[in-house]
Design a protein around this ligand. Structure first.
Ligand code: GUN
Ligand code: FE
Length: 426
C-alpha cells in the first residue's frame, strides 16, 4: 500500500476548534502523519492534487443493514411491523450465502462512493460470515454482527427463529473469527434485533458477553408506536426502561431510532451514556415519527446518524441523512435548530464517539486513522457564492455525485465511482 500525499486541499478538520484550513495531508500506512502547507512529495508516494477540492472526515453511519440492500423497493409504502412481517423477514429468510455477499457488497459500494467510511451494521440470522467477507474485501471499516431472533411467534418465519443457545454460540463464533480483523478495521457487535424478537435469557447473556469481550451491542428501540405496545405487553415496561432493567443501557449500547421516549427514558439514555442512532430518512419513509433530536442534543444525549437498510429509505447516502436531520426539525423548532454544523458533527465525530473510536476516527488530525472523503464542491449544484461555510454547502447542497475519492485506513477504496478493492484476496 503506497503512502499518499494530498496537496492543496480545503480541509474540514472537525478537530476540537472545527478549523477549516487550506493545505496538505500526508498519509503513512493507515494514519495521518502530517498536516501542513507546501509539503514535498516523498519517493513512492501517491500524490493527489486536491486544488479546488474539499477533504472531510469520512462519514460514520451508526445504523445500517447491508443484508437488506437487495430488497430496495420490495417493501415500499408499509409501516414497520407490516413491513417486517410481510416483506423483510421472509426476504431475510430467503437469503443464501451468495445473495448475502452481493447484498453486502452492493450496499458497501453505495456507502463508500457516497463518502461513508465506517458503519455499524446488523446482518441476518444466517450466513453472516459472507457479509463479513464482503466487508473484509471492500476495505470499509465496520462493526457488524449476526441478527439475534430467539423469541418464538410474532409472525417471524420459522427459518429465522433460532434457539437461544445457538444464537449465542453462532454470535461468539463469528466474534472470535472476525473481531479485530485487519488491524481492528472490523469489530464484532452483538445484534439482538429488538426486544420483540429476543428472550430475556438471550438479552442478559448478550449483556455479559459484550462486557466480557468489550464489544458493542447494536439494536433497535422505540421506533414505532405499535412496537412499543407489544414491548409493554411482553415486559410490562417501556422499551428503554426494560433495557435498563436488564442492565443493557450502558456506553456499549447503540440504539437505532429512539423516536417515542418519555422523560425517564431520556434520562436513562443520558445518564448511562447510551448512543442513539438517529435515522431520519427511515423514520419518515416508514411513517415511524420524528425523533426529538433538538431535545436530546439539549440534554446531551449522544447522537449520531444512520441510513438504516436500503428498503427503509431507498438510499444509503449520508448527505441525504444530514439534510433530512436538519430540515425536518425546522418547521416545528425554527430555522436555527439543527444547524448544518450540528448535523455534520453527528455524521462525523458524533459517530466516532458512538463506536468508541473518537481518538482514532471522526476528524482530520495527525495520529488519527486516514479515513477521508475528497469532494468536488465546484459542480453546478454546489458552486460557491462568496464566503459560504463549506459545511453549510455540504449539508444543504452536496450529493454523492460530488465524492471523487474515498480513503479508509490509508487505502484508496473508491475513486470516481470505482471500488478499488472489491476483488482483493482475503
Ligand atoms: N426493527 C426491527 N427490525 C428492524 C429492521 O430491520 N429495520 C427497522 N427499520 N426497524 C426494525
Ligand atoms: Fe434498522
Amino acid at each position: 500500500m503506497a503512502d499518499i500525499l494530498i496537496r492543496n486541499a480545503e480541509i474540514v478538520t472537525m478537530n476540537s476548534s472545527e478549523d477549516i484550513i487550506t493545505g496538505d495531508i500526508r498519509i503513512k500506512g493507515s494514519l495521518i502523519a502530517e498536516i501542513g502547507s507546501g509539503l514535498t512529495p516523498q519517493a513512492g508516494e501517491t500524490v493527489i492534487d486536491a486544488t479546488n477540492r474539499t477533504v472531510i472526515p469520512g462519514f460514520i453511519q451508526t445504523h445500517i443493514h447491508l443484508c437488506q440492500t437487495l430488497f430496495r423497493g420490495k417493501g415500499d409504502d408499509l409501516e414497520l411491523m407490516d413491513w417486517l412481517r410481510k416483506r423483510i423477514w421472509p426476504l431475510e429468510a430467503a437469503h443464501d450465502e451468495e445473495s448475502l455477499y452481493y447484498s453486502a457488497m452492493l450496499g458497501i459500494g453505495e456507502l463508500i462512493s457516497s463518502g461513508t467510511t465506517t458503519i455499524v451494521d446488523m446482518e441476518t440470522v444466517h450466513h453472516t460470515d459472507f457479509a463479513f467477507q464482503a466487508i473484509a474485501a471492500s476495505g470499509i471499516r465496520a462493526l457488524s454482527g449476526k441478527v439475534m431472533m430467539d423469541q418464538k411467534g410474532g409472525d417471524v418465519p420459522a427459518a429465522l427463529q433460532e434457539d437461544t443457545a445457538s444464537s449465542l454460540q453462532e454470535s461468539v463464533d463469528l466474534l472470535e473469527k472476525w473481531n479485530g480483523y485487519g488491524g481492528g478495521r472490523i469489530q464484532y457487535a452483538f445484534s439482538p434485533r429488538f426486544v420483540i424478537s429476543c428472550t430475556e435469557p438471550l438479552l442478559t447473556e448478550v449483556r455479559d458477553l459484550s462486557a466480557r469481550y468489550g464489544v458493542k451491542v447494536h439494536t433497535h428501540a422505540s421506533e414505532n408506536l405499535g412496537e412499543i405496545e407489544i414491548v409493554q405487553a411482553m415486559t410490562g415496561m417501556r422499551n428503554i426502561v426494560y433495557l435498563d432493567h436488564l442492565g443493557l443501557a450502558n456506553e456499549r449500547l447503540i440504539l437505532a431510532h429512539c423516536i417515542w421516549l418519555d422523560a425517564e427514558e431520556r434520562r436513562i439514555l443520558r445518564e448511562r451514556g447510551v448512543h442513539v442512532s438517529h435515522c431520519p430518512g427511515s423514520n419518515l419513509k416508514l411513517a415511524s415519527g420524528i425523533a426529538d433530536t433538538p431535545g436530546m442534543l439539549h440534554e446531551h444525549v449522544s447522537l449520531s446518524l444512520g441510513a438504516d437498510g436500503a428498503p427503509c429509505n431507498n438510499n444509503l447516502d449520508m448527505f441525504n441523512e444530514m439534510r433530512l436531520a436538519a430540515i425536518i426539525q425546522k418547521p416545528q423548532h425554527g430555522p436555527t435548530t439543527m444547524d448544518a454544523r450540528s448535523v455534520f458533527r453527528m455524521a462525523t465525530i458524533g459517530g466516532a464517539k458512538a463506536v468508541g473510536m473518537e481518538s482514532s476516527i471522526g476528524s482530520i488530525e495527525v495520529g488519527k486513522k486516514a479515513d477521508l472523503a475528497l469532494l468536488n464542491l465546484r459542480n453546478f449544484h454546489t458552486f460557491p457564492s462568496y464566503d459560504v461555510d463549506p459545511i453549510s454547502r455540504i449539508v444543504y447542497s452536496a450529493t454523492r455525485a460530488d465524492v471523487e475519492t474515498t480513503i479508509i485506513d490509508g487505502e484508496i477504496v473508491m475513486e470516481r465511482g470505482l471500488m478499488k478493492t472489491m476483488d482483493k484476496e482475503i
